[in-house]
Design a protein around this ligand. Structure first.
Ligand SMILES: Nc1nc2c(c(=O)[nH]1)N[C@H]1C(S)=C(S)[C@@H](COP(=O)(O)O)O[C@H]1N2
Ligand SMILES: [Mo]
Length: 217
């Protein structure tokens, strides 16, 4: 990147987000995959996850919790936690990376693929994105239908075989491996199929200047 393009992208995406992304880029450039091994041994929370939440965790009551799937779908869904748990479950193990420069290797997640949810709801061919809404009332982010169709994209309720802790998204979070952690919305209560324009959908961090495509290079 030349100095000029650095200045240009700084103008376009905002200083804070720019610095975070530059940091992530430099980390990837200089340390490569070995960084994660070091982080997961001695990161901000050795051997595990940091907690990144812009709003307090909502309380979880299994008797009243619902997952709604709506928008551009033929069959809207409104599932209790019991009904969600009765859907076909899969296990996926993958690494988790935050743009702030920490990561965790080999995390086991259990849940339902976004693909399964899309099939059950009958997502309309006109839909371009799924928007994941958090029960915190503030945080949202989206995946394109193509991203959401990958077999490792899960709505997960178990981490390492245990119900997610409250801070990590109890009872349900998105996992989008291969994309930075800000895509992995915690406390998901609604999945909305939308048709977005060419600019796509602006989630919480996209509105602060992060790119909508969070693919880890
Ligand atoms: N609802 C909600 N989901 C969220 C966030 C958040 O602030 N609120 N932070 C995101 C970011 S930036 C990251 S890196 C991961 C962190 O997940 P963790 O707190 O379980 O480590 O959650 C993502 N999902
Ligand atoms: Mo993050």
């Amino acid at each position: 990147m030349t100095d000029e393009s650095v200045l240009n992208s700084e103008k376009h995406i905002g200083r804070r987000a720019f610095l975070a992304l530059l940091g992530a880029g430099l980390i990837a450039l200089f340390f490569g995959p070995g960084l994660l091994a070091r982080l997961s041994r001695g990161g901000p929370e050795a051997g595990g996850f940091a907690i990144n939440s812009v709003a307090p965790a909502p309380a979880f009551d299994p008797s009243t919790w619902r997952l709604k799937v709506d928008g551009l779908v033929q069959q809207p869904l409104d599932l209790s936690f019991e009904q969600f748990n009765a859907l076909p479950q899969v296990d996926r193990t993958n690494d988790f990376y935050c743009v702030e420069g920490w990561g965790v290797r080999n995390v086991l997640w259990t849940g339902v693929t976004a693909q399964e949810i899309m099939q059950r709801a009958g997502v309309e061919p006109t839909a371009t994105h799924l928007v994941f809404h958090s029960g915190d009332g503030i945080y949202t982010d989206s995946l394109t239908i193509a991203e959401a169709s990958r077999s490792d994209v899960l709505l997960a309720h178990l981490q390492g075989g245990q119900l997610l802790t409250q801070d990590h998204g109890r009872p349900l979070r998105l996992l989008a491996p291969g994309e930075f952690g800000y895509k992995s919305v915690k406390w998901v209560v609604r999945v909305e199929a939308i048709a977005a324009g060419t600019d796509g959908y602006q989630g919480y961090w996209e509105l602060q200047g992060y790119p909508a495509d969070a693919t880890i290079a």
